[in-house]
Design a protein around this ligand. Structure first.
Ligand SMILES: *Cc1c(COP(=O)(O)O)cnc(C)c1O
Length: 389
């Protein structure tokens, strides 16, 4: 293990990174085809292929590829016709885009605490955060593990609220057999290079039923009916609604299509790594040194990340530092949005936030990427030493 020390680059950067994008090898072949097709803007053959893959796999009534999950969330916020002062209930332990998308429409994020087991929004706290201005609940499936959707959908139905799923981390995961991103009215996926299925930057908006599908297509095409025009459904192409440019180009879609073809294999390989971390961590959990992630029995997950909860911020800081000294990059995750400068300026809390505040200080994520399996003996030995000295 010590031999890793001198092998480190002079910058001191870890030898084993937290993330490393996996490429199947087919990406360049597809890009060559896209090049030969001569169609480089959005909605070419590869984009259509990716959308078809998503609708077939998820059962969503429509899938629209976007240039990011952030874009898909912004489209969701536009589709909900939010006006300034409307409120959207969401967790605070999430990426900034969950909240930004709604703040851009003048809406107020109302942050609700998370469950201590899945780290997903605590469904038992949602109802008390609802006010006459509440328009939607935006859930986040942390680590690709589903929120308690039956309860959340029932609350939404009772109060006439829309449900948006930030399923950025959730591709290939399911809740009671149903794919994440298709349970709420709208679902946003990410294909950012840090996710499981990637295209550098990329995303998709899933519409569960046809209610939003037609308008989503217009919003994504700068507020025009260009897509209908190209299908010959209207004879003029014109400005019909608000919108922006949310499409990825064909080169990106060509890359993504290769990844989608390998999605099963990618998921299996990630799960094998996740399982090894989980088996290794069992004894440490039994010894009270950490808490392992919880996967509810009715959920399948995609091994998006392997996180652990350490006993305190001090222990986590030392753990990350110890691993770094052994060439392993382990990282913490979100600074809770409710206590961030923009969260304080644009949002408010809708519950006590003690679990979020606590978890935010104790969570650490281990390297998980295809190829890291070859380094697991070193990583686990370094982690053993960091945990038990
Ligand atoms: C990655 C991520 C996003 C943003 O995805 P982009 O495709 O980079 O815009 C949003 N929400 C969550 C929970 C994420 O993990």
């Amino acid at each position: 293990m010590r031999a890793l020390g001198p092998a480190q680059p002079r910058s001191g950067a870890p030898v084993i990174p937290f993330n490393k994008p996996y490429m199947t090898g087919q990406e360049l072949v597809n890009i060559t085809h896209a090049h030969a097709n001569g169609h480089l803007s959005g909605d070419g053959p590869f984009t259509k292929q990716c959308n078809a893959w998503l609708t077939e796999r998820t059962g969503a009534s429509s899938s629209l590829l976007t240039h990011s999950c952030t874009a898909a969330l912004e489209m969701a916020a536009l589709l909900l016709d939010l006006v300034p002062g409307d409120e959207v209930i969401m967790p605070s332990y999430t990426f900034v885009s969950t909240s930004n998308a709604f703040v851009l429409r003048g809406a107020v994020p109302v942050f609700v605490d998370i469950r201590a087991d899945t780290l997903n929004i605590d469904e038992a706290l949602i109802e008390a955060a609802i006010t006459p201005r509440t328009k939607a609940i935006c859930v986040v499936h942390y680590a690709g593990v589903s929120c308690e959707m039956d309860t959340i959908l029932a609350i939404a139905a009772r109060h006439g609220l829309a449900v948006v799923e930030d399923a950025a981390q959730g591709i290939m995961s399911s809740y009671k057999g149903r794919p994440l991103g298709t349970l709420g009215d709208l679902g946003a996926l990410s294909f950012h290079e840090t996710k499981n299925i990637i295209s550098g930057e990329g995303g998709a908006l899933l519409c569960r039923d046809s209610t939003h599908a037609e308008r989503a297509e217009i919003i994504r095409e700068k507020g025009t009916n260009r897509s209908r025009f190209f299908r010959g459904q209207v004879d003029k192409y014109t400005w019909v609604d608000v919108g922006s440019s949310f499409l990825p180009g064909e080169i990106t879609a060509a890359f993504l299509s290769a990844q989608m073809d390998a999605a099963e294999d990618i998921t299996e390989r990630r799960l094998a790594i996740w399982d090894r971390y989980h088996a290794w961590a069992e004894a440490h959990e039994a010894a009270g040194l950490l808490t392992r992630p919880t996967i509810p029995a009715h959920c399948t997950h995609n091994a998006h990340m392997y996180y652990m909860l350490l006993p305190s911020l001090e222990i986590r800081t030392r753990f990350i530092q110890d691993l770094r000294e052994h060439g392993v990059q382990a990282v913490f995750h979100y600074i809770p949005l409710h206590s961030s400068p923009a969260g304080l300026a644009h949002g408010r809390t809708g519950s006590d936030m003690s679990v979020t505040d606590d978890i935010g200080k104790r969570l650490v994520r281990m390297p998980l990427w295809i190829g890291v399996e070859d380094h697991l003996p070193e990583i686990l030995a370094a982690a053993d030493r960091a945990l038990v000295g």
